[in-house]
Design a protein around this ligand. Structure first.
Ligand SMILES: Nc1nc2c(ncn2[C@@H]2O[C@H](COP(=O)(O)OP(=O)(O)O)[C@@H](O)[C@H]2O)c(=O)[nH]1
Ligand SMILES: [Mg+2]
Length: 254
């Protein structure tokens, strides 16, 4: 019998006691096991003043503490904690907006070698009533249009927080990521394109948030735009060895 592949799920959290339990409980562990995967859940807890860590631990997650604030900072700590026997890495929020039970939809294109990274798309998926404010939706259309035009990326939601990657992409990306805040997804998408990793979108569901949002529409909006612009001029320093690795780890055929 084939050895099971490991999926490492990263959930950055700052005060998500209301949502984190549901997110962890809805990870389709049994279904994934039947499909040949084991799952490890890492919650990156960042200065939570509520019961986030307790709830996550009680659901069997490993809780990693990151003292430097920011979603990007937390994610980088998560990337560095991914074990070497991991095949795929998934990221989603701890607020139960993204649906953990849809996880395999993001894994399948990686498993079948369709691409190296997958972004869950709300704009081409199902958005529950009021889950994304009209102004956020418009900003997302604009950013997505710009990234598609200027980076030639075939992604349909560049502000999504639901990603899946082949582990080799993370091994590469973690040396290049600079954003410590909510511009992290823009930094990741634009750099993945520049590094030559193939990235596509799949439709996902987006639900109304549990608890309070941490994002500031104006400040974070400006930061995200700055990263979009700045990375147009970014030139990767060392990529070749990882690209080679990606080619020869893609063994199974679609
Ligand atoms: N670890 C960590 N997580 C954060 C921080 N800020 C936000 N998050 C988490 O990042 C995810 C996205 O934040 P959220 O407020 O949902 O932003 P939105 O989805 O863009 O509205 C959530 O799971 C937050 O708890 C932070 O400083 N540290
Ligand atoms: Mg969220």
């Amino acid at each position: 019998m084939n050895k099971k592949k490991k999926i490492t799920v990263l959930i950055p959290c700052h005060n998500e006691e209301k949502g984190i339990g549901k997110v962890i409980d809805e990870i389709p562990v049994k279904r994934l096991k039947r499909l040949g995967y084991i799952t490890e859940v890492i919650v990156i807890n960042n200065k939570s003043t509520d019961r986030t860590a307790h709830v996550a631990q009680s659901r069997g997650a490993y809780v990693l503490v990151e003292f430097r604030k920011g979603k990007g900072q937390a994610l980088l700590a998560g990337f560095n904690a991914v074990s070497s026997d991991t095949s795929y890495v998934v990221m989603l929020d701890g607020d139960n907006t993204y649906k953990a039970k849809e996880m395999y939809r993001l894994i399948e294109p990686l498993e079948s070698n369709f691409c190296h990274a997958v972004v869950g798309s709300r704009l081409s998926g199902k958005m529950k009533h009021n889950s994304l404010k009209f102004s956020n939706r418009v900003a997302n259309w604009v950013y997505t249009f710009l990234v598609r035009q200027f980076y030639r990326a075939n992604v349909t939601d560049v502000l999504s927080g639901y990603f899946a990657w082949k582990k080799e992409v993370i091994d590469d990306l973690k040396h290049h990521i600079e954003s410590t805040d909510f511009a992290i997804e823009m930094d990741i998408i634009t750099k993945m394109v520049k590094l030559g990793h193939e990235v596509y979108s799949v439709p996902i569901t987006y639900d109304v948030r549990e608890g309070k949002s941490k994002i500031s529409a104006f400040e974070d909006g400006v930061r995200i735009f700055y990263v979009l612009f700045k990375n147009l001029f970014w030139i990767p320093k060392k990529t070749q060895h990882i690209k080679n690795q990606l080619t020869y780890t893609s063994k199974s055929s679609a």
